[in-house]
Ligand binder design. Structure first.
Ligand SMILES: [Zn+2]
Length: 106
């Protein structure tokens, strides 16, 4: 299983932070344990207003992963597994189409 960038999604790595890279490696470990590829749908936004202004995506401290590969009834537990693996400095949130992960130590 592997990490993939969603094609044609305008996903940019400009300004990505090292914490985010390690976060991706850790989350990929959870996907691997479930036998799934991890498909990244956003890192640093290419277009303005794509995310709310306060988001850590703009600073390179967040990434989104497609969640439709994880069965709907499993998503909450899956996210808890991610949270446990990432530790307390990370926030893991489920949105409409994605899991959102951000490094927010405060
Ligand atoms: Zn996000």
């Amino acid at each position: 299983m592997s990490i993939k960038i969603k094609p044609n999604a305008g996903v940019s790595m400009v300004g990505i932070q090292p914490q985010t890279v390690l976060g991706m490696v850790i989350v990929n470990g959870v996907f691997e344990r479930h036998g799934l590829d991890m498909v990244i749908t956003d890192i640093v936004p290419v277009y303005e207003n794509f995310h709310k202004p306060h988001t850590l995506h703009w600073k390179g401290f967040a990434f989104d992963v497609r969640h439709h590969d994880v069965a709907e009834e499993m998503r909450e537990a899956f996210l808890e597994e991610c949270q446990e693996a990432l530790g307390r400095e990370w926030d893991c949130v489920q949105s409409l189409n994605n899991f959102h992960y951000e490094w927010d130590p405060e």
